[in-house]
Design a protein around this ligand. Structure first.
Ligand SMILES: Nc1ncnc2c1ncn2[C@@H]1O[C@H](COP(=O)(O)OP(=O)(O)OP(=O)(O)O)[C@@H](O)[C@H]1O
Ligand SMILES: [Mg+2]
Length: 292
């Protein structure tokens, strides 16, 4: 059942927001995109899969401490741990400190736990947006096995260019081994300011990635940092700001791009798929272990 006041005629779209580079705008994009989708009456679930818990701190009630257990993979139904936010139609599954310990202890098994938790999601939401940690960790791999779409936010700086090429290659590998249903990633240039350097970086992204680069760019704006500090989504703290407009345009573009019908191939049992995938998880997570 979708919450009252939220529209109920859309299929669920699952989107992981990933980039191995820290501070590239993943959390800002996940939170702001989720907020502008919810603003339109689209029931949206934000899953904070990063043990740092930045999205949880931004949106969830500060009085509730993030526990030491691992609720995301412990529960059989994410609905039971989804919490309302101050934004109608936007719910959040908070991160917990226990995710980091679970990652170190359970490794590939944790990826499968995340996969199952997301696969079991009921059709309560039109969008499920997952804020991933800044690494291709077991948590991120679990999300990438389960979702159909990926957004890669890239800081409009030369240093962001090298990182994005590696992430795009990794998405290709995940597509061919762990998740054939994964669509090509949507790259979003973030923190775009008026400098020539930023323009050159966006032009380079355009040359390299063409249609995979979002037409919309997200401008550099102090309003986003202020929104996070105020623990409000940009739609509430600065609804008329340019940054909020950018994220609304990104939501438009996302809705416009729609979802192509790419069904997971039938004929192979779910458990067989899980078993085959588990063999690939270890290969997908860099051998150096958990990179932060
Ligand atoms: N468009 C923007 N304009 C100005 N500041 C921004 C913008 N996007 C993000 N920031 C700021 O950059 C910092 C990093 O952003 P964010 O937390 O979204 O990155 P991240 O990729 O989630 O980082 P991490 O890898 O640590 O999870 C934050 O202080 C945020 O306020
Ligand atoms: Mg983050």
């Amino acid at each position: 059942m979708r919450p009252p006041g939220c529209s109920g005629d859309t299929a669920v779209r699952t989107i992981a927001v990933v980039n191995r580079k820290g501070g590239s705008g993943k959390t800002t994009t996940a939170v702001s995109l989720a907020a502008v989708l919810a603003e339109r009456g689209l029931p949206t679930l934000l899953i904070d899969l990063d043990p740092q818990g930045s999205a949880s701190t931004w949106l969830a009630d500060a009085r509730h401490d993030r526990g030491n257990d691992d609720p995301i993979t412990e529960t059989r139904d994410l609905r039971s741990i989804a919490r309302k936010t101050t934004v109608p139609c936007l719910e959040i599954v908070r991160s917990s400190a226990g995710l980091l310990a679970a990652e170190q202890a359970r490794k590939a098994e944790l990826s499968l736990g995340v996969l199952r938790a997301i696969e079991r999601l009921p059709a309560n939401w039109a969008f499920v947006i997952i804020d991933c940690p800044p690494s291709l960790s077991y948590l991120s791999i679990g999300a990438l096995m389960a979702v159909r779409e990926v957004i890669i936010p890239v800081e409009a700086h030369a240093i962001g260019l090298t990182g994005v090429a590696a992430v795009v290659r990794e998405m290709g590998r995940i597509q061919s081994t762990l998740n054939p249903g994964l669509r090509n990633p949507l790259i979003v240039a973030c923190r775009v300011n008026r400098t020539l350097h930023a323009r050159q970086v966006v032009a380079e992204l355009d040359r390299t990635y063409g249609w995979r680069l979002a037409r919309v760019t997200i401008r550099e704006s102090i309003r986003l940092a202020e929104a996070e500090a105020a623990r409000l989504p940009i739609t509430a703290s600065a609804p008329d700001s340019g940054a909020c407009l950018d994220y609304r345009l990104l939501a438009d573009e996302l809705l416009e791009r729609g979802e192509l019908p790419e069904p997971i191939p039938r004929g192979v049992s779910r458990w067989r798929r899980l078993f085959t995938r588990s063999a690939h998880v270890a290969a997908a997570v860099p051998s150096s272990g958990l990179q932060r």
